[in-house]
Structure formats: C-alpha cells, structure tokens
Design a protein around this ligand. Sequence first.
Ligand SMILES: Nc1ncnc2c1ncn2[C@@H]1O[C@H](COP(=O)(O)OP(=O)(O)OP(=O)(O)O)[C@@H](O)[C@H]1O
Ligand SMILES: [Mg+2]
Length: 285
Amino acid sequence: MYDSTTGGTPRSDTGKDIGSRYGDVRGAAPAAAGSAAVPAGGAPRAVAVGVRDAVKVHGSGDTAVRALDGVSLDFPADRFTVIMGPSGSGKSTLLHALAGLDTLDAGRVRIGSTELTGLSDAALTRFRRERVGFVFQSFNLLPTMSAEDNILLGLHLAGRRPDRDWFDVVVGALGLASRLRHRPGELSGGQQQRVACARALVGRPQVVFADEPTGSLDSRSGGEVLTFLRDSVRDLGQTVVMVTHDPVAASYADAGVLLADGRVAGRLEEPTVPSVLAALAGAGA
Ligand SMILES: Nc1ncnc2c1ncn2[C@@H]1O[C@H](COP(=O)(O)OP(=O)(O)OP(=O)(O)O)[C@@H](O)[C@H]1O
Ligand SMILES: [Mg+2]
C-alpha cells in the first residue's frame, strides 16, 4: 500500500493541493483537448483521446499475437483515467497506439481534433513533441544532463521557448526546485520519476500518457508520483491516461477501463481498491 503519510492517500485525500499552493494556476492551464467548455449541468465532457476499432498484431505466422482485437474507447478531457488488465492483455500496446508511439494495423486514433492515423512520420513526431507528454516506468532520462535540462529537452527539440512561470509551477508542485542542477544518477528513483513527470507536463500537452509510472518505485515515492498526477488533473486541468495493474495506483484515478485479451472487458467509475480487485478477478487476472 502507498504510504498515507506522504500525502499519497487515494481519493479520500483532502489535504493541500497544487491549486491552493500556487494560487490561480487553474486559470493558466491549457485549454482541454478539442474542448468546448463543459456546460454547467453535467453535459458530457470533451473527448481528449478517442480510439475506434483498434487492431494490432505483433509478430507474424505461428507466433503472431493479436494484442488489440477491436478496441473502441473515449478518454474524457480533464480526467485521470487508468487502463488496467492482466499481464499481456494489451495495455502497453494500446497506450503506445494512443500516444502515437506505434501504429495500428486497423482502426483510428484521435487526440483532440487531430487524427493520428494517416499522419506522416514527420508530422506525427512533431505532433507528439508539441502536444503529448509521456511518463515511462524506466524514467528515460538522459544521464549526462541535469534535471532542468532533461525537463526542458523536449521543448528545445520542438524549438519552443519555455514558459518560466509554468516551469516554476510544475517544478514547485513536484518538489524539485532544489534538485534542478543534479544529474539523474544523483537523484533517487522517486526524484527521477518526478523529473520525468515535470518533463511530461512542462510543454502543457493535451494529454499525459503514463505506462506503469510507479512500477519501479517504492510505495512512498510511488504515492508521491500518483498524488502529483492526480493533482495535475484536479488543479492544473491536465488530462492523464495511465496504465497500471496495481489496484492502489488505479484508485487515484477518476475512472478505469479494463482490458482482457485485447478487448475492453469493463469500466469503473471512481475505482477503489476493492472494486478494482473484483474487476481484475472477473477478467481472470
Ligand atoms: N514487440 C512484440 N512482439 C511480439 N509480441 C508482442 C510484442 N509486444 C507485445 N507483444 C505481445 O502482445 C500482447 C500484449 O502485450 P502488451 O505489452 O500490450 O501487454 P500488457 O497488458 O502491457 O502486459 P504487462 O502488464 O505485462 O505489461 C502480449 O501477448 C505480448 O506478449
Ligand atoms: Mg505493459
């Protein structure tokens, strides 16, 4: 279980949040993907990421694996959604397709108003750099660069000027202000993953995708990262889609989607540890 003393308490945590610590950052948050504002009265939220009829086959011949077998889903803007399911159910394959890191054999992916399917490699790369953030289990930081340079690398590659006020908000929220000159090797695993989170958010992406971001972390560090991801949605207007098979990690999210054998096997609103365990048991995990 994540250590509740770190502020990493799922769902029930009503402690300090980024908004209260950093003033009116909500107003400074990026417009939600493809969004008309959500009207008062509970109309459906804008869709940040949509996938239709996704099919992906890994390998060929006798060893071919149908990792995605007709997946159609909408991920709402300004929400924290988790993708869950047994090992091998297609979670990473789906996330990579949603993020434009891999192509589908059939089906379509849309982020905001942009259809990824059919974009040229160059256009897709540009779109990813400008509009998408990633957090991976293995951090993927460059070891010879400082934390600050790692955080800003994507913006530099995209030829974009950093917004220093926003940089300060993100770095402050992640508690990294005193670590910016350190290289990854001089940081703990949790600090490295927080650098990776800052790198993902500093460009104000339409969506942040995370694949098992706490899989390499101890429970305390994992709780800090999950709390930050949740607060980035609640207080900064970020949209987050995270893969996990950890019910505690899933309980930080607003909603969950369950995969089994490359298909959608269920949905959960406001997942809790018991509801996730029950859903996973039903999916044969
Ligand atoms: N590059 C690949 N070549 C061949 N098969 C692959 C490849 N990548 C994934 N697969 C297979 O596709 C299926 C789905 O894999 P995927 O990595 O999406 O599962 P996952 O749900 O993320 O699992 P885990 O929880 O273990 O990370 C699995 O059967 C896997 O063995
Ligand atoms: Mg995976």
